[in-house]
Write a new protein. Structure first.
Length: 375
């Protein structure tokens, strides 16, 4: 008997398979199609010939942990202990899974803000806990009145995602003030902050839980080297949490993966000295703006994109089709693969919106836009 009977093949797999079948341009799954920084591949090649192929310590390569601590201090002004408060994970997804499995007890509740990424719910259910799905406002901002109503003494965790996938929205100062009030009101409540797109932001500065001292002892942050350095296939990220919480997460981590790719850690340890994460926003803003300008020639209406490498568009003035049907038609008739936003909602809310990934080279974006002009 299945522990996850309602979960089938993910929409990301389905759309990528359809893109291959119909030789469509794949703007659905969130991965870049441009080359990795040559400095990183050169570092990787060098390490491939060295004695770095055995297990690293369970928490991560000590020198890389030190550099993550320095990066956190430089980016957010927060000092964290490399040894006790940082954990290298096999991608952000594994960090999220290990955190939920470690911290959430049977019959407790976890708040998920919809639309939400699909990796949050499964570890909650596998903990025999209850996911509580709370929809964001129509403009994809948090509805704090509803959130406060949804939280109770059984709520162990609230999961936040900022910058937000799939919508590209970012939290404001007031959102964090409200979150701090919520945490103050419920002493047992923890915050799991998915910040994998933290360095991919545009006009507005990113606000992190690392900026909020009131949240430090109650929050777990999840970051992604894969997203930041265009190496999604390496599946490597990290978690930061206060030592008492991290101690519990490490207990799960050691039996889930024990340790993470040694050569990837050694390569990132060297590369982090050369790369400027602050340049990522400008790099992706150019792509966002290039894609946005191309899309002006289509009938799609673009929603604001404040961060991430995802662009949401409304097709409400084009068709009354369900978004899943519309995205499948885009693949079969126009040769462009996208993601329907309804799949990010537990209730299947269909607001006639689709998500594009613009982390592609200019030629790919240009060809996609040319096809979308035929709508």
């Amino acid at each position: 008997m299945s522990k996850l009977p309602h979960i089938g093949t993910s929409i990301f797999t389905i759309m990528s398979q359809m893109a291959t079948e119909y030789q469509a341009i794949n703007l659905s799954q969130g991965f870049p199609n441009f080359p990795v920084d040559k400095r990183l591949t050169a570092i990787l090649a060098k390490h491939a010939k060295e004695n770095v192929h055995q297990y690293t310590p369970m928490s991560g390569l000590p020198s890389l942990l030190e550099k993550i601590a320095l990066l956190t201090q430089q980016s957010y002004g927060r000092n964290v202990s490399p040894k006790e408060e940082i954990l290298i994970t096999a991608g952000a997804t594994q960090g999220i899974f290990a955190s939920i499995q470690a911290l959430v007890q049977a019959h407790e509740e976890v708040i998920i803000l919809d639309p939400s990424y699909d990796c949050y719910e499964a570890p909650i259910l596998l903990s025999n806990a209850k996911p509580i799905r709370v929809s964001l406002n129509d403009d994809f901002t948090p509805n704090w009145e509803v959130i406060f109503t949804a939280v109770n003494e059984k709520t162990k965790l609230i999961i936040i995602n900022n910058p937000h996938n799939p919508t590209g929205k970012m939290w404001t100062e007031n959102d964090f003030v409200q979150l701090e009030k919520l945490v103050d009101a419920y002493p047992n409540l923890l915050v799991l902050s998915d910040e994998v797109y933290e360095y991919i932001t545009f006009e507005k500065p990113h606000i992190s839980v690392h900026h909020r001292p009131k949240l430090w002892h109650r929050s777990i942050s999840v970051s992604s080297f894969g997203k930041s350095f265009h190496i999604t296939g390496w599946k490597i990220g990290y978690v930061i949490a206060p030592e008492p919480i991290m101690r519990e997460i490490k207990k799960v981590h050691q039996f889930l993966v024990f340790s993470v790719s040694s050569i990837a850690q050694h390569a990132l340890n060297d590369y982090i000295d050369w790369v400027d994460v602050k340049a990522l926003g400008a790099f992706y803003q150019q792509k966002r703006d290039f894609f946005s300008n191309l899309m002006k020639a289509t009938k799609l209406d673009l929603l604001p994109c404040e961060g991430t490498y995802f662009q949401v568009a409304s097709y409400a003035n084009i068709s009354e089709e369900k978004d899943l049907d519309f995205t499948k038609r885009l693949v079969t008739e126009l040769g462009v693969a996208t993601i329907p936003i309804s799949i990010f909602y537990a209730n299947g809310n269909d607001n006639k919106c689709i998500r594009f990934c613009f982390a592609k080279d200019d030629e790919t974006l240009l060809k996609a836009a040319e096809r979308l002009m035929k709508l």
